[in-house]
Write a protein that binds this ligand. Structure first.
Ligand code: KG4
Ligand code: ZN
Length: 445
């Protein structure tokens, strides 16, 4: 017979009885979401009868924490074998902990569903999302400040941070109520801490750290660009090794990932980011902020009649867009001076074609260089249909498995931040409450 009893507020014992006698027991402590197994004992005369296994099975049926932890002498081979049978893995070695050897710290992660609430506030979107197990979007709210910043032709940092502050609690409440969940139900809290506008980042960061402190749940810091990549995990997991093409307002990067935590830069823009150029071209042809989607719309009705410069065809896997940007500025200026009307549709189409060609060529070069058979695309510019389809076509022609997120997950959102946070959660990469915001940072996990 097996029975459980409570020893203290947080301490429990499972006893194995032979008649009225306890011949084996398992003691454990519950600390928040972790169950620490502090002692396992079976009487010498009752060993090799599967009693320890029964005690563990009883434990697994009694509690449902995030993880189980235990400590074992490295020389206790039988016990280690049993723990490994249950799926425990060694995560740390405490040197010379016992008189006769080291102690292994072993961990077993529970397979329960993990809900992470994430906040994104690095630029002009206040977004909160709850994602289950890093792949299921349970609830997401994106509050865009575009209408306010439009008046100024771009994001005004001071206005953005003030608006994040005004909106954050409403966006948080809306996300929770759509999910029909409470803050207590979350397993961790995550947010973007870099790169981005400092004042804006701080609103999300301080809110998240406060939630983590109040609800005693881990805090996870996420690099915004990593979030963009992990938007590709929403719905179904990415395949590795992969090449990631990131195209956003501030970045144009080619990243090689051997597995989910190994990052290697293959190429970067040497000057402007592709999104930034779309926004500049939009301004030249008097389109409102944000320019990218409006340039795409005009390009739909245009022909590539304007000659564009070759974009860094130097055989490298880096990009350069400042040349084409200056070219478009000069072209518009010269035409105006000559009193000629510029054909906006044609100009947008010519620009979009040239930029797309560069993205396609360099990505193919990087695929060949790395040998990666999987390509993921990410970032705000990845919502451009012409670019998406051109990259997809190149992948089909070269037998590359291609993934690009749903358009709503390409531009800034908290769903992607939560998806990236899940990878960090699985790898025990938690952050301290002294974490600060950073305006610039290379891609990190
Ligand atoms: O990823 P994102 O939302 O923010 C950053 O992390 O930068 O990207 C925003 C950028 C802007 O430059 C915007 O003009 C561009 O993505 N963008 C587009 C399109 N939608 C957004 N560029 C071209 N075509 C689009 N459809
Ligand atoms: Zn972004």
């Amino acid at each position: 017979m097996i029975k459980s009893k409570q020893l203290k507020d947080y301490e429990f014992e499972i006893d194995y009885f032979n008649g009225n006698c306890v011949v084996g027991y398992l003691k454990y402590e519950v600390t928040f979401d972790v169950v620490n197994i502090v002692d396992v004992f079976v009487d010498e005369n009752f060993r090799r009868q599967g009693i320890a296994t029964e005690l563990f099975v009883f434990l697994f049926e009694s509690v449902n924490p995030d993880r189980f932890m235990l400590e074992v002498n490295v020389n206790n081979f039988k016990a280690i074998k049993l723990y490994e049978k249950f799926g425990f893995v060694t995560i740390h070695v405490r040197k010379k902990y016992y008189k006769d050897g080291d102690a292994l710290i072993m961990e077993l992660k529970n397979n329960k569903d993990v809900y992470i609430l994430a906040i994104e506030s690095s630029c002009d979107e206040t977004s909160v999302s709850i994602v289950k197990n890093g792949v299921v979007d349970v609830s997401t709210t994106v509050n865009s400040q575009i209408d306010v910043h439009k008046k100024y032709g771009g994001v005004v940092p001071e206005v953005a941070s003030r608006m994040h502050l005004e909106n954050i609690t409403f966006v948080l409440d809306e996300t929770l109520s759509k999910a029909n969940m409470r803050l207590e139900d979350m397993d961790a809290f995550a947010c973007t801490y870099a790169p981005g506008l400092l004042g804006s980042l701080l609103v999300g960061l301080e809110t998240t750290k406060t939630l983590s402190l109040i609800y005693n749940k881990p805090f996870i810091k996420v690099n915004h660009m990593m979030g963009h990549i992990y938007a590709n995990n929403i719905g179904s997991n990415m395949n590795y090794p992969l090449l990631a093409l990131i195209v956003s307002g501030g970045h144009t990067d080619l990243i090689y990932m051997e597995d989910e935590t190994t990052i290697k830069y293959i190429g970067q823009t040497l000057d402007d980011a592709v999104g930034e150029c779309f926004d500049k071209v939009a301004r030249i042809v008097d389109l409102p902020y944000p320019g990218g989607p409006n340039v795409e719309k005009l390009a739909l009705n245009g022909n590539p009649t304007y000659l564009m410069p070759n974009l860094l065809s130097d055989g490298s896997t880096n990009f350069s867009f400042s040349g084409i940007k200056s070219h478009v500025v000069n072209l518009a200026h010269n035409e105006k001076q000559r009193g000629n009307e510029i054909n906006k549709e044609d100009l947008c189409r010519s620009f979009q074609d040239a930029v797309t060609k560069s993205l396609v060529d360099k990505t193919l070069l990087a695929l060949n260089k790395t040998g990666a058979k999987n390509l993921v695309m990410a970032g705000g510019v990845a919502s451009n249909s012409f670019i998406r389809e051109s990259i997809r076509k190149m992948c089909e022609e070269n037998n590359i498995n291609f993934s690009v997120p749903d358009k709503k997950y390409c531009t800034d959102n908290a769903t992607m931040i939560s998806a990236a946070a899940y990878v960090l959660y699985k790898n025990n990469k938690f952050a301290g409450l002294d974490t600060n915001a950073k305006s610039h940072e290379l891609l990190t996990l």
